[in-house]
Design a protein around this ligand. Structure first.
Ligand SMILES: [Zn+2]
Length: 144
């Protein structure tokens, strides 16, 4: 593992270089000065998706969901809990497949919710179906 990690700011998408040992010290963005981690899944859109997926050195877990999907809504609080537990070594993010259909199609999302683990722009694993917070954390840890 290298001494520093590239972390994409969830607020302004600036790519920050954070010493790996300082990742746990609530780092702030060098550009917008907001916290790089706030225990909240960030919202992905077409204008920030590829940057977060490809420029983060930490794994990025994306919850592909939609507003009309009951199980997705049920899983949302669990996904937030998982974010609180897994950050800052992992970034958790959500993609609304209703608003961003092209991205859902690009990754052949056939059922929602579906979670995908990305690292360095590559898909490492995917899991369809809603899960509780502990299961999400265990599943993520088993793939990173
Ligand atoms: Zn920023």
């Amino acid at each position: 593992m290298s001494d520093s990690l590239h972390i994409v700011c969830p607020h302004c998408v600036a790519v920050n270089r954070i010493p790996a040992l300082r990742l746990n010290e609530t780092p702030r963005c060098g550009k917008c000065h907001q916290h790089l981690f706030s225990a909240q899944p960030l919202e992905l859109r077409s204008d920030n998706f590829s940057r977060h997926i490809s420029r983060n050195d930490i794994p990025v877990i994306v919850d592909f969901w939609a507003p009309w999907c009951g199980p997705c809504k049920m899983m949302a609080p669990a996904f937030e809990q998982a974010a609180a537990e897994l950050e800052p070594g992992v970034r958790l993010a959500k993609l609304d497949t209703e608003a961003e259909q092209a991205i859902g199609a690009q990754y052949s999302i056939r059922s929602i919710p579906t979670m995908i683990v990305f690292r360095g722009g590559r898909e490492l694993a995917r899991q369809p179906g809603a899960m509780g917070a502990a299961d999400i954390v265990n599943w993520v840890r088993s793939h990173i």
